[in-house]
Write a protein that binds this ligand. Structure first.
Ligand code: NAP
Length: 749
């Protein structure tokens, strides 16, 4: 075939007017997708019915006539009839025509096509719609069968581009989503995702039906049985044919399944709860994980979807009581990694069930670590020791989690097995050379894509040696990556930092009994130690989330809040220093170290705040907290000035502009500066600092939560638009805020 034909100028011949062929004809007709829909079927009755139902334009008198008139020929006969049909068609003149099929297995038909099509192979583009039903025949045909369903096209190397594009446009023309795969991979994948489940359903129902209590079994069958066995009602001939045609791939899949079933059998027989829990939790999370991965969804999509888009923050609220805000993200990641590598069981509480940390959790499950949860922030990790990880069945998918990829690069470089680290589109564009280069110096074998980007292909079985590494940039991720590799390296691994970075890895390693030496800005570990389980890692509450409530209780009348278990790592506590300079009444109670991290309960009471010039050295230590600090400044007596914070312009939104616009809309004369903000403040004791009205969060979670807090000193209701992203950092914000007295609710509008 030469030149690219357009579908709307083509005559399409459907050979075999059953469910699949009839539905394609009906869809093309309904959408006016092509010039003419022709059909040929061995049963004249099917052709008559199709004409009567207006599913086709014209019935061909014979296969020869139909093919002669057609530009595109679609073979839609049963799998075991497909090879003979290809041979029949091959005898006809196919010059300038494109031929495709819809069979559920591809290898056998492609083999025959290669044998008999000769030059016409360039126009034979196999396909397989992933849509159907348990029904068959033209009477079951539906014009919308393919809408939003996947169709796998398996182009051959011999195909012309024009031919494969035309087949693609045929399916896209009826509303399908077209994917490409090679033939062998198609048969392997379908053996596991479709053919094996059908085989199991047939076999299970048949076995139970032969049971002497079968009457009772079926009479009392619950939803689970019905769901699992629904596909056992599928067309017997079709599935017989599929099992015959895809024999080899199906048997391979069945062998793998039998092995898994044996493991489950042994676990049940021996009452091995840990093994059973491992299989069940891995299966449950894998199902969720792969669904998201295939749909390129984020973990929190469902959550943020539920969360409506507008917050209604009414005046008259208060902030009194005790609460614990969600856990720290950096520490949540590390709790999974180090808990998995420790000897013994580690309980984690306060785990942030956010997208990135969930990706890390799944990666360790894929490497054979049994992890229960998370349930309400509680996770149980059955540690396998530093050398107990197993090769994952496929690439480790880390979603959007840059921290996970960089830290795990160090860890994986030292394992006995090969592993590939992949991520979503955005992670796949992030530079990894900053960790790969020093790891190569340690003796690792890592391949990246062009430009040092993921996926990272890491070969196992290398012996690493310690290095003394001068980090060119201040990065906690690079430092942590090298320290984790250093746990396995010969000798000492040392990292010298050019500036202060978060030290959560060092603290948690120490908490788990692994010696870490810190000498000024040089941090080092000796390889060859062990990690002992901490039994409990209480992930501290995130001070960035606590900040909203620190301000809420400071500005509300007669308020008092106790924020429990908040992380007060000195690299994160600028917000406390700034609020204290403004006269906030904040006291730290019950200061302690948990798993090496300093935590405290923070008590905060109403106070008359005063305006200040925010010291520039505190800016980097409070960079995420400025939106709510601007709300505090609006309620302070006298002017507050922030400078040296241009970084705020490139956060989730331009936080200087978003906050200035919102404050202005609420009647506060805040002035945006290129690198900060000037806020006039108010008279001491003024209640209605904010007028009320509508503000836009610009999809920025911290802006949304800051204005929710402002309602405590507002005259009228504040409507905050575009708040769905609050779920990414603080999924239960509304509930917690409500529980301490803020008048906050949400609507779908
Ligand atoms: P169907 O409803 O039974 O239709 C098959 C059609 O092919 C009927 O018109 C049938 O005619 C005709 N046919 C049967 N044997 C033939 C032969 N030896 N020579 C010529 N024509 C013959 O089946 P279907 O569900 O549409 O399946 C068709 C193809 O689609 C199969 O290759 C199947 O693997 C594939 N597929 C099916 C599904 C699904 O869920 N059903 C999904 C994806 C792909 P008679 O009425 O005279 O028998």
């Amino acid at each position: 075939m030469s030149g690219v034909k357009k579908l709307d100028s083509c005559r399409v011949l459907i050979v075999g007017l059953g469910l699949i062929g009839g539905s394609l004809a009906a869809a093309l007709k309904a959408r006016n997708g092509c010039r003419e829909v022709l059909a040929w079927d061995r049963d004249p009755q099917s052709l008559i019915l199709a004409r009567e139902r207006d599913v086709i334009d014209r019935a061909a008198c014979s296969l020869e006539d139909g093919v002669a008139d057609a530009d595109i020929v679609v073979l839609a006969v049963p799998v075991l009839a497909m090879s003979a049909m290809v041979r029949d068609v091959a005898r006809l003149d196919l010059a300038g025509k494109v031929v495709t099929d819809v069979g559920s297995c591809k290898s056998d038909v492609v083999e025959v096509a290669r044998e008999c099509l000769g030059d016409s192979l360039s126009g034979f583009v196999p396909g397989h719609p992933i849509a159907g039903s348990e029904k068959s025949g033209i009477t079951a045909a539906k014009a919308d069968l393919y809408e939003a369903h996947k169709v796998i096209v398996t182009p051959l190397p011999e195909n012309t581009l024009a031919a494969s594009q035309l087949v693609r446009s045929l399916w896209e023309g009826v509303g399908a989503l077209v994917l490409e795969m090679d033939v062998e991979h198609h048969d392997q994948v379908l053996a596991r995702t479709s053919h094996l489940p059908h085989l199991l359903a047939f076999s299970l129902v048949d076995t139970l039906a032969g049971d002497r209590d079968s009457q009772d079994i079926f009479r009392y069958a619950a939803g689970g049985f019905r769901d699992f066995t629904r596909i056992a009602a599928s067309d017997p001939t079709m599935w017989h044919d599929v099992f015959v045609a895809n024999r080899n791939a199906l048997l391979e899949a069945l062998d793998e399944f039998s092995e898994g079933l044996q493991q489950m059998y042994a676990a049940v027989e021996q009452g091995d709860s840990r093994a059973m829990t491992g299989i069940i939790t891995r299966a449950k999370s894998a199902r969720e994980h792969f669904t998201r991965m295939l749909e390129s969804q984020s973990y929190l999509k469902a959550m943020s979807h539920q969360s409506s888009h507008t917050f209604l923050a009414r005046s008259g609220g208060t902030a009194t009581g005790t609460l614990r805000v969600p856990g720290d993200k950096s520490i949540s990641h590390r709790s999974i990694m180090l808990g998995a590598l420790a000897d013994g069981v580690t309980e984690v509480t306060g785990f942030l069930e956010g997208e990135d940390a969930l990706a890390t959790l799944q990666a360790f499950r894929d490497m054979g670590v049994v992890i229960e949860g998370p349930h309400d922030g509680r996770v149980t990790i059955y540690g396998v020791g530093l050398n107990g990880l197993q090769q994952p069945p496929g690439p480790l998918y880390l979603g959007n989690a840059g921290t996970a990829m960089r830290l795990m690069a160090g860890l994986m470089a030292a394992q006995k097995f090969d592993v590939t680290l992949t991520g979503d589109e955005s992670l796949s564009n992030r530079p990894m050379n900053r960790v790969v280069k020093p790891l190569l110096d340690m003796g690792a074998d890592i391949e990246t894509s062009e430009g040092g980007k993921p996926p990272l292909v890491i070969r196992g079985g290398r012996s690493l040696s310690g290095v003394d590494y001068n980090m060119p940039m201040a990065s906690a991720q690079v430092k942590s990556c090298l320290l984790l590799a250093g746990l396995y390296a010969e000798g000492e691994t040392a990292v010298v930092e050019p500036g202060v970075t978060r030290d959560h890895t060092e603290r948690m390693l120490t908490g788990l009994g692994y010696p870490v030496k810190t000498d000024g800005n040089r941090v080092s570990v000796q390889g060859g130690g062990t990690l002992t389980s901490a039994s409990l890692i209480e992930v501290p509450a995130d001070i960035s989330s606590a900040a909203f409530f620190l301000v809420a209780a400071s500005i509300a009348k007669d308020a008092e809040l106790l924020l429990t278990h908040v992380g007060i790592n000195p690299t994160r506590t600028g917000v406390l220093d700034i609020l204290r300079l403004m006269g906030a009444n904040i006291t730290l109670e019950n200061e302690r170290e948990v798993g090496g991290e300093p935590v405290a309960d923070i008590r905060v009471k109403s106070a008359q705040l005063k305006g200040i010039e925010i010291p520039e050295d505190l800016v980097p230590l409070a960079i995420d907290e400025f939106p709510v600090l601007f709300v505090a400044a609006s309620c302070a007596e006298g002017e507050t000035v922030l400078k040296g914070a241009e970084e705020l312009r490139v956060k989730e939104s331009d936080r200087i502009q978003s906050m200035a616009d919102g404050l202005n809309a609420l009647g506060v004369d805040a002035v945006a500066l290129p690198d900060g903000m000037k806020i006039p403040g108010c008279a001491a004791g003024a209640q209605d600092v904010f007028a009320g009205g509508v503000v836009h969060s610009h999809g920025d979670h911290r802006i949304a939560m800051a204005f929710a807090v402002a309602s405590l000193r507002a005259r009228d209701e504040i409507r905050i638009l575009d708040c769905a992203n609050v779920a990414t950092s603080f999924p239960n914000f509304i509930d917690l805020a409500h529980s301490v007295g803020l008048n906050l609710s949400e609507t779908e509008s």
